[in-house]
Design a protein around this ligand. Structure first.
Ligand code: GTP
Ligand code: MG
Length: 257
């Protein structure tokens, strides 16, 4: 049972003080051993608010969503890691279902799908829905694994995460985890989660065209890059698309020099 293992909730934030004050008190602390707020460069009170409300706050000098997640992982030894957005758009009442799904036999990664769950009006933009559907279809075509979403609310066993050698410092983080899980044949399940609109503050990604464009480019670049590295590793196109996936032969265990 998952509760016999230690659980950390890791939440990357950038200027979300008002939102942290809203969602953090709603986290059922019987479900998680620690809440880690991973901040990189907030100019508001995010760190102070998180600490005051009982979370561990860690500061990552490198910018980017993935960098913050990596810092959060480094700050804990927990055996189960749960990730959630810090703007109040994920619902902490879904936490139990996300972690409990790890109790299903063979499951190592649980992805909370905002497409399968109820999304409040405007919580997922048309661009986000289209980008998600396109990306998931490409992952199905390239690696045969069906996802419906690249949602940030997810849980993974630490030992599985370590095999993925996560590297994306930015918004390629979620797709990197899902593609690598597919490539390595991890046990994956999606469960429905609710998606709300951000509680307060400013969108850094899907709420503006530039953010959406940059995230979309990064995500699709990752998928094509990983596919090319799989199928034709020496192709310069693989580098062009900016894939971060380590080549399989370099990460193969027990390889003699
Ligand atoms: N640590 C860190 N967190 C970030 C960074 N950029 C965004 N975030 C956080 O990542 C989460 C998702 O970013 P959002 O701005 O909500 O992006 P979105 O969900 O696509 O857009 P909206 O919810 O519509 O505003 C939020 O918790 C942000 O605070 C970053 O560079 N570093
Ligand atoms: Mg958001």
């Amino acid at each position: 049972m998952y509760r016999q293992q230690t659980v950390a909730l890791i939440v990357p934030v950038l200027d979300e003080a008002e939102n942290i004050a809203q969602w953090l008190p709603q986290v059922d602390r019987t479900l998680v051993d620690e809440v880690i707020v991973a901040d990189n460069g907030s100019t508001d009170e995010s760190v102070d608010v998180a600490r005051r409300l009982g979370a561990t706050a860690v500061i990552e000098p490198r910018r980017g969503y993935g960098s913050a997640c990596l810092r959060g992982i480094a700050a804990t030894g927990a055996e189960i890691l749960v990730f959630m957005d810090g703007d109040g758009s994920d619902d902490p009442s879904d936490l139990a279902a996300v972690v409990e799904a790890l109790d299903n036999p063979g499951i190592e990664l649980v992805v909370g799908s905002r497409v399968l769950g109820d999304a409040d009006p405007g919580a997922l933009t048309p661009v986000q829905r289209f980008g998600n559907a396109l990306t998931c279809e490409l992952v199905r075509l390239f690696w045969g694994v069906r996802y419906t979403d690249l949602g940030p609310f997810r849980a993974i066993r630490r030992r599985a995460l370590e095999t993925l050698e996560m590297a994306d410092p930015d918004f390629g983080w979620t797709i990197e985890m899902q593609v690598k899980a597919a490539q390595r044949g991890l046990g994956v399940v999606e469960i429905p989660v609710r998606r709300k609109r951000r509680h307060a503050g400013t969108s850094k990604v899907s709420g503006n065209l530039y953010g959406s464009y940059m995230a979309g480019r990064r995500i699709l670049g990752y998928v094509f890059g990983a596919f090319l590295e799989d199928r034709c590793p020496s192709s310069p196109l693989a580098t062009f698309f900016g894939a971060k996936t380590p080549r399989r032969e370099t990460s193969a265990p027990n390889k003699t020099p």
